[in-house]
Design a protein around this ligand. Structure first.
Ligand SMILES: [Zn+2]
Length: 277
């Protein structure tokens, strides 16, 4: 089951847009090693893949891709969960699937395919497993960390999970399962997915999602302002980044996923993660 984006999450996203990326960049006293890395990485100029039909999209998801650098800001070495490099991985994944089912969250089935997206989230130190709900709950309330300039930027950029059993940070993964596991990418929460997609397009000097004010919808309902964000992403433009596509799809409600894959989401006025009914 996909959870609809909450107004709190939209507010978290919109608060952070008041920051001009350039001035934010300048106000950081020093660049982290990771930021240097990102600056030095050439932009992937591969041709976008047109997802003309669902088969092409399935192939795209299940075919191995170039590994991507970890998303988020962090100043020490953080272990990334690696399904394909872990002993006993099938059993661990089965435990996570079961925990997700019991909590009725995660285990996202992509419509018209056999593909499921499943979080692979196990503490590298003590082996404690985290369900989809555990991840979402942590990202909604991460341990405060002064390397982030404010709480909103931590919501957007702190992609780590802290294991409270043994005090270890790690990055969870998202496994792409087509009958059997085929691929894995970094797991991002909804707010981090938006942030990473916006950063990807800003690199190409394009403002999308909350970076483009005209995408922010507002209306009054029972005296309260209800907000939503128009989804102005052409999925094919994201094709250099399997991580971003997988996470975006994981949070898109089933009835809007096909629009997104076919590229008609903009024409149909779909909103991000389906919050605007
Ligand atoms: Zn642990």
């Amino acid at each position: 089951m996909t959870q609809v984006i909450s107004q709190e999450e939209i507010d978290e996203l919109l608060t952070a847009i008041n920051y001009d990326p350039e001035s934010t960049f300048m106000s950081n006293s020093a660049l982290s090693q990771e930021e240097f890395y990102q600056l030095l990485t050439p932009i992937n100029v591969g041709n976008p893949i047109n997802f003309e039909n669902i088969k092409i999209f399935e192939e795209y998801l299940t075919k191995r891709h170039q590994p991507e650098k970890p998303y988020g800001i962090f100043n020490s070495d953080i272990t990334m969960c690696k399904f394909f490099d872990t002993e006993n991985n099938e059993n661990i994944l089965a435990d996570i699937v079961q925990k997700n089912e019991a909590q009725n969250m995660g285990n996202v089935q992509i419509p018209n395919t056999n593909i499921k997206l499943i979080n692979y989230s196990i503490c590298p130190k003590c082996g404690h497993i985290f369900s989809f709900k555990d991840l979402v709950d942590y990202y909604a309330n991460p341990r405060p960390d002064s390397q982030f300039r404010n709480r909103e930027s931590q919501y957007r950029e702190d992609t780590r999970i802290l294991c409270n059993e043994c005090n270890t940070y790690f990055f969870p993964a998202l496994v792409i399962v087509d009958g059997t596991p085929k691929n894995e990418v970094q797991f991002l929460c909804r707010v981090q997915t938006v942030d990473a997609i916006e950063a990807f397009f800003l690199d190409k000097e394009k403002k999308v999602l909350t970076k483009n004010k005209s995408n922010i919808l507002e209306r009054s309902e029972k005296g309260k302002t209800v907000k939503a964000i128009k989804n102005d992403i052409f999925l094919k433009d994201l094709s250099p980044k399997l991580t971003l596509i997988s996470n975006l799809i994981q949070y898109t409600p089933a009835n809007m996923t096909i629009n997104l894959i076919n590229g008609v989401n903009i024409k149909k006025g779909d909103v991000l993660f389906g919050a605007w009914q």
